[in-house]
Ligand binder design. Sequence first.
Ligand code: ATP
Ligand code: MG
Length: 602
Amino acid sequence: MLSGKFQSLNAKNISGEDYLSPSRLLRWYISFFQKDRLRIATGVLLTLLQSIALVPVPLIIRRIIDTYIPARNTHAILAACAIAAGLYLLHAMLAFSGRSLTLLCTKRVTENLRALLCMQLQQMSLRFYDLERASELHARVVIDTERIDVMGNAIVVHGVSSTIMFFIASGVLSWVNFQLFLMTIALLPLFYTAHRILKPRMREVNRLFRDGMEGMSSKVNDLLQSIRLVKSFAREAHEQKRAERQFRTVTRSALAMTILDSFYNNLMGFLTNSTTIAIYATGGLLITRGRMTIGDLIAFTGIIGFLISPINILMGMVTMVYAGLASLKPVHRLLTLDDPLEKYKGKRIVTRLNGAVAFEHVSFVYDTTGKKALCDINVSVHTGETIALVGESGAGKTTFSNLIMGFYFPTEGRVLIDGMDIHELNLRTLRECIGVVSQENVLLNTSIIDNLRYGRMDATKEEVIAAARAANALEFIEQTAEGFDAVVGDRGVRLSGGQRQRLAIARALLKNPRILILDEATSSLDSESEAKIQEAIERLKANRTCFIIAHRLSTVISADRILVFKEGSIVESGKHAELLAKGGEYARLCQRQFPSAQKESA
Ligand SMILES: Nc1ncnc2c1ncn2[C@@H]1O[C@H](COP(=O)(O)OP(=O)(O)OP(=O)(O)O)[C@@H](O)[C@H]1O
Ligand SMILES: [Mg+2]
């Protein structure tokens, strides 16, 4: 159960102690490979064989140097070289197929994770979205999954095979020359110490870089989202400065990361080369004392790579695993968040509504702000009634309609649809029966016809045209060159406010809902558009329960009942003339909002 506030999903905010341990997180991730386990096992096996295939090569070379060359056996030399070449070919083939196979599995798991995240995000309630930043959620789906993918690959491809390879190489080396092997092992702590000192710093720089990248991505995103605002306030220079500051932070952390990375790699390279020199020195001494052959030494230096490279790989892997785990945490958290609002299982499926709506002692608090937006609301609305909601800005009208949609659950009291508590209903099916023309008037960046069909995916072209006509939208649609195929731009920027509104009305009409919620846009329209929209609204009202959040007097007057909201409470309710005669809140509101009201009703 989701209690209290959501914790933000940012990795920084999910500290290690109060969250799953890395090993449990990894186990959770690995469980995604369950379906592909045969393929992944084959991939790991091939990767391992690929390394093992090369182990005999130095031994073959030893044989050539120690035996065949002194014996001047050209035939054997050529045959041994052919075998070595064959082993290299085998290595290449095994490497290619192993890599392809494991890559296929990890990519499939990543795709699966992305699909699950996308599904989960669509199922989260609006309460969740009040708390989360879109750009961070975007990062979960796009960036984090990629990091997890890199980690998965590192573990599957390198983790298993490198560990086994290390032990095989150790065995072969001690067999070739045990003393030289002991000397080499004695040098390994040097690598470990360098790693221990540098890695924590590298991780820190890595984290800074990652945060910087996320910040940059969200900065650019915000800038593009608000480009109209920026331009209208002529704040380009200000935004540019803020963006550049963010870019500089990223550059600084990227440089720090690359420099430290390069230092680490070069130090490791130096240590590796020094080890080789030490082996030559010790090997040379052993050869002069007759305790080793030249072939042994060449074989040893040939195989030493199989010992050191797994160590380097495993140490390098730590960074990837660390970054992957840091990404796995918020992804796991997002996927396991249980949001009771959007649970569909076991809830009653709504197939048909009559359209009766009742609020019983409903109070509502937005938990982001702790603001009490509705306060003991009691209303009963019959099927087919048209209700106008009026009140000052921030009085709670949109909140009221959000509760009917089940976007939020009441903090206290009950919302009943056709006598059924909204808690018991499958909200997705409920919303299928409710039409909304919202205040923000959201259009998708596709063609007009696709936008309209969003109301009902299987609507025929004739039905779409009829809906557009009823919403007074047909005329302007037909005037554009592409007609119904015209693309509307991001959030419908290529249309006027009135046009957008009429499309939204047509879309709601097409859905033919039993309950209609119309949150009129407050933006003022010219009187012609206004008249057209009013006409469309009148057509929309027929045969359904309507809640109209009205900013137009004409809509208010024609309503069956008016609910007057003030600071989250319904302070008056009744017909226009009654309320006006009462001389209370509504009369005051009318005077301010529609100065002509008195005259018309008189
Ligand atoms: N998502 C939200 N999170 C937190 N507080 C909110 C949220 N939405 C609205 N509020 C607050 O709840 C109160 C009621 O808001 P609401 O949107 O219902 O007003 P409204 O009557 O629709 O106003 P308007 O006429 O301006 O659209 C306001 O004080 C607002 O600040
Ligand atoms: Mg509103």
